[in-house]
Write a protein that binds this ligand. Structure first.
Ligand code: HEC
Length: 155
C-alpha cells in the first residue's frame, strides 16, 4: 500500500513537471539551422539512399518498383516531393517550400503520430536529430535542388 502511494506521488510529480503533451509526439529539435544553405542533391538525397557506410533508409521501400507511388531514388525523389500532394491526404503537400510544419515529409520523419500513416522510416529506428534538422532546414530554406551560387556575395 505505502509503496503504491509512493509510486502514485512519483507519477503525479513527473507529470506536473512536463510541458503540455504533444499529441503528435514529435522530437524536439534545436531551432538553429545546421547549415545556412542545404541543397537536395548532396545533403538530403543521401539520407534517403544511404551510401557506402550507411544502409538505405528509405529507398528499400520507396523505389520505382515499390507500391505507394513515392519513389525516393536519385533523379525522381525531388520531383516526387516538392509541391506534390500527399497520395493519402491531398490537403497536405509532401514538401511545401519554406514551411516544414506544413510538409508531410518533415512530419513523418519528426513525429511519432504524423497524422497521415506511420512515422518514417516505417518500422525502423527514427532518423537522427541532425538528419531531421537537415530535412527541416532544407524545406524552410525553400527546398532547393542545388545550392544558390553566389558570385561576389550576390545571387
Ligand atoms: C519498410 C518500408 C518503408 C520504409 C523503410 C520507408 N517508408 Fe515511407 N512509406 C511506406 C509506406 C507503406 C507508406 C504509406 C503508408 C504510410 O504513410 O504510413 C509510406 C509513406 C510515406 C510518405 C507519405 C507519402 C504520401 O504521399 O502520403 C512519405 C513522405 C514517406 N513515406 C517518406 C519516407 C522517408 C523519408 C523514408 C526514409 C527516412 C521512408 N519513407 C522509409 C513504407 C516505407
Amino acid at each position: 500500500m505505502i509503496r503504491s502511494v509512493f509510486t502514485l506521488v512519483a507519477i503525479l510529480a513527473g507529470a506536473g513537471a512536463q510541458a503540455a503533451p504533444d499529441p503528435m509526439n514529435c522530437d524536439t529539435l534545436d531551432p538553429a539551422p545546421i547549415n545556412g544553405s542545404v541543397e537536395f542533391d548532396t545533403i538530403i538525397q543521401p539520407i534517403f539512399t544511404g551510401g557506402p557506410q550507411q544502409d538505405a533508409k528509405c529507398t528499400t521501400c520507396h523505389s520505382p518498383s515499390s507500391s505507394g507511388a513515392l519513389s525516393l531514388t536519385p533523379g525522381s525523389a525531388f520531383a516526387n516531393l516538392v509541391n506534390v500532394d500527399s497520395a493519402q491526404d491531398a490537403t497536405i503537400k509532401r514538401v511545401l517550400p519554406f514551411s516544414s510544419s506544413n510538409s508531410l515529409l518533415f512530419r513523418k520523419v519528426n513525429c511519432g503520430n504524423p497524422g497521415v500513416g506511420q512515422r518514417m522510416p516505417r518500422n525502423r529506428p527514427p532518423l537522427s536529430l541532425d538528419e531531421q534538422r537537415l530535412i527541416r532546414d532544407w524545406i524552410d530554406q525553400g527546398a532547393l535542388l542545388q545550392q544558390r551560387v553566389l558570385v561576389n556575395g550576390f545571387e
